[in-house]
Design a protein around this ligand. Structure first.
Ligand code: TYD
Ligand code: MG
Length: 455
C-alpha cells in the first residue's frame, strides 16, 4: 500500500494517534473522540519538513549572554482592554488564538482591532473563511470609522493566505476562523483535527519567519474548549477566551495563556449597536443598576487577574410547590450553591429545604473565586429573612464546611476598590489581617453573619 492514502485515527481532545479506531482514547480517557484522519502524501508535511531540516546546516548556538535583549516591541490597538489582556499590545511574530462561542463577538472584536491597527499604520489583513466579503462589509459599516480601510481576503487555503499576506507586507493577519482553513499538503476536509493542527502550525511558522502577528479565531466546543486538538493551545503563544452571556451586553476577554504577559487578566467590553466598547470601570458599571432596598442583593469583590471587581449577587427564595425544591444558579457553579445552602442549613439553622432558591450574578459575570462565598451567603440570608443588607456593605471570604469564614488574599486591593466606590464597611473573616481605610466587620462563622443580618 502506498503511504499516500494511509489514514490514522486521532483523538480530537488530546491528539493521540492510533493505527485503528478505538472507542476510548488511552491518552486522555475520553470516549468517542477518536476520528479518522487522512495523512498527506509522503507521510505528511511535517515528516517532509523535518527530513529537509536535518540537511540544513544548523546555526552555531550562541551563549545566552550574547543574545540581544531587544525590548519587546508591541503594536497597540488603542482598544485599551484588549491591549491590557495581551500584556500591552500585539507582539510582532506572535500567534494568538481567540476562542469563544458563536455569536459572542470574536469577529467584531478582531475587525475592530484590525481597523485600529490599520489606522495606526500597521498593514493588516483580515482573512474571512466563514463570511463573504459582503457580510464582513456589513459589519464594518456598523462599526464605522476606519473599519472600511481594512483589507479583506475571503480565503480558506493556508498557502494562499500566506502568499497574500507576504505580498501586501501585512504585519497583522487575522484568520477567521482556524476551523475553516486547510492546507494542500494534507488530505481531509477543513475542520478535521489534522488540518486544524497543521494549519495552525504553518501559520505559527509564518508568524515567526515573517515577523507578522497572526490572530486566529477558534470555535469552542460545547464543553467550552477550543475545538480541535488541545495541541492548538500548546502551539499558540497567547490564548484568549471571549466569554459572556449572549443575553447580556457585557463580554469578558480572558487570557488563559500568555507568553508575553500575565495570565488570568481580563478585559471587559460592552456590545453596543456600533461594536464593542471597552468598559474602563467595570465595578461601577456592574453596580450601576443596583437596587439596594431589595432583599437578597449583596456585593462581593473578586480579583480578575490583578484587578479587583465589585460584583452584585442576587438571591431569591420562595416557597416551593410539591417535589424537590429548585436550585437555579446563573454565573455561579450550582454545586457551590448547593454546598453553601447545606452549610447555612446545618451550621446557621436557616431552612431552605422547602424553598426554591435562585441565585444570579449580575452583568453576566461568573464567580469562581471562593472569596465570593460570603457574598452569596449574605444574599441568601438576606433573601430568606426578607431584609435588605446594608447598602454600603461588602462581603469577602471563603466559607468552609464547618461554617467558618476563611481569610482571603489581596484584601488591600479589594478594599481600595470598595472605598473608591463608596462602600463603608467590609464583612470579612475574623482571621484576616487588614489595614484598610474602611472599617472591617470581622465574621468568624456564617451563623454570626446570619444573626447580624436578621437583626
Ligand atoms: P460576531 O462578531 O459575529 O460573533 P462571533 O464572530 O463570535 O460569532 O458578533 C455577533 C453578535 O454581535 C451578533 O449577534 C450581532 C452583535 N453585534 C452588535 O450587537 N453590535 C455590533 O456592532 C456588531 C458588529 C455585532
Ligand atoms: Mg465570527
Amino acid at each position: 500500500m502506498s503511504r499516500s492514502h494511509r489514514s490514522v485515527y486521532r483523538c480530537t481532545e488530546c491528539g493521540a494517534e492510533y493505527p485503528k479506531w478505538v472507542g476510548r482514547c488511552e491518552g486522555c480517557g475520553a470516549w468517542n473522540t477518536v476520528a479518522e484522519e487522512a495523512v498527506g502524501r509522503a507521510g505528511g508535511a511535517t515528516a517532509r519538513r523535518s527530513a529537509r531540516s536535518h540537511r540544513r546546516p544548523a546555526e552555531p548556538p550562541i551563549r545566552l549572554s550574547e543574545v540581544k535583549a531587544e525590548s519587546l516591541r508591541r503594536w497597540t490597538t488603542g482598544l485599551n482592554e484588549f491591549d491590557f489582556v495581551l500584556g500591552g499590545g500585539v507582539v510582532p511574530g506572535s500567534l494568538t488564538l481567540v476562542g469563544g462561542e458563536p455569536g459572542i463577538g470574536k469577529s467584531t472584536l478582531l475587525l475592530q482591532c484590525s481597523a485600529r491597527l490599520e489606522q495606526a499604520g500597521v498593514p493588516t489583513l483580515y482573512v474571512s473563511g466563514e463570511e463573504s466579503a459582503e457580510q464582513v462589509r456589513l459589519r464594518a459599516d456598523r462599526l464605522g470609522g476606519a473599519a472600511g480601510q481594512v483589507r479583506i481576503l475571503p480565503e480558506v487555503q493556508v498557502e494562499a493566505i500566506e502568499a497574500t499576506a507576504a505580498a501586501i507586507g501585512a504585519q497583522v493577519v487575522v484568520v477567521d476562523s482556524i476551523q475553516t482553513t486547510y492546507t494542500e499538503e494534507l488530505e481531509g476536509a477543513p475542520g478535521n483535527v489534522g488540518q486544524v493542527r497543521e494549519c495552525a502550525a504553518r501559520l505559527m511558522r509564518f508568524a515567526k519567519e515573517s515577523g507578522a502577528a497572526v490572530l486566529l479565531v477558534g470555535h469552542v466546543t460545547r464543553g467550552g474548549v477550543i475545538a480541535g486538538p488541545k495541541t492548538l493551545e500548546h502551539i499558540a503563544d497567547t490564548v484568549l477566551y471571549f466569554e459572556g452571556e449572549t443575553s447580556h451586553d457585557y463580554r469578558v476577554l480572558r487570557a488563559v495563556k500568555n507568553r508575553f504577559g500575565s495570565v488570568d487578566e481580563v478585559g471587559v467590553f460592552e456590545m453596543t449597536g456600533a461594536g464593542l466598547t471597552p468598559v474602563g470601570n467595570p465595578s461601577a458599571t456592574f453596580l450601576a443598576g443596583r437596587d439596594t432596598a431589595v432583599p437578597g442583593s449583596a456585593v462581593t469583590a473578586v480579583m480578575e487577574g490583578s484587578r479587583p471587581m465589585l460584583i452584585e449577587i442576587q438571591a431569591l427564595a420562595v416557597q416551593s410547590g410539591f417535589g424537590t425544591p429548585q436550585r437555579v444558579a446563573t454565573g455561579l457553579d450550582h454545586r457551590r450553591l448547593a454546598v453553601l445552602l447545606a452549610v447555612l442549613e446545618r451550621r446557621a439553622g436557616l431552612r431552605f429545604h422547602d424553598l426554591d432558591v435562585f441565585v444570579n450574578v449580575t452583568g453576566g459575570m461568573r464567580l469562581v473565586e471562593p472569596a465570593s462565598d460570603l457574598g452569596v451567603v449574605a444574599a441568601l440570608c438576606s433573601a430568606v429573612h426578607d431584609r435588605p443588607v446594608p447598602p454600603d456593605a461588602l462581603f469577602v471570604g471563603e466559607v468552609g464546611l464547618g461554617g467558618e469564614v476563611r481569610p482571603t488574599a489581596a484584601l488591600e486591593r479589594r478594599f481600595a476598590e470598595a472605598e473608591r466606590l463608596g462602600f463603608r464597611t467590609v464583612f470579612l473573616s475574623a482571621r484576616s489581617r487588614v489595614g484598610g481605610q474602611i472599617p472591617a466587620t470581622p465574621v468568624a462563622h456564617v451563623a454570626d453573619l446570619a444573626r447580624w443580618l436578621a437583626a
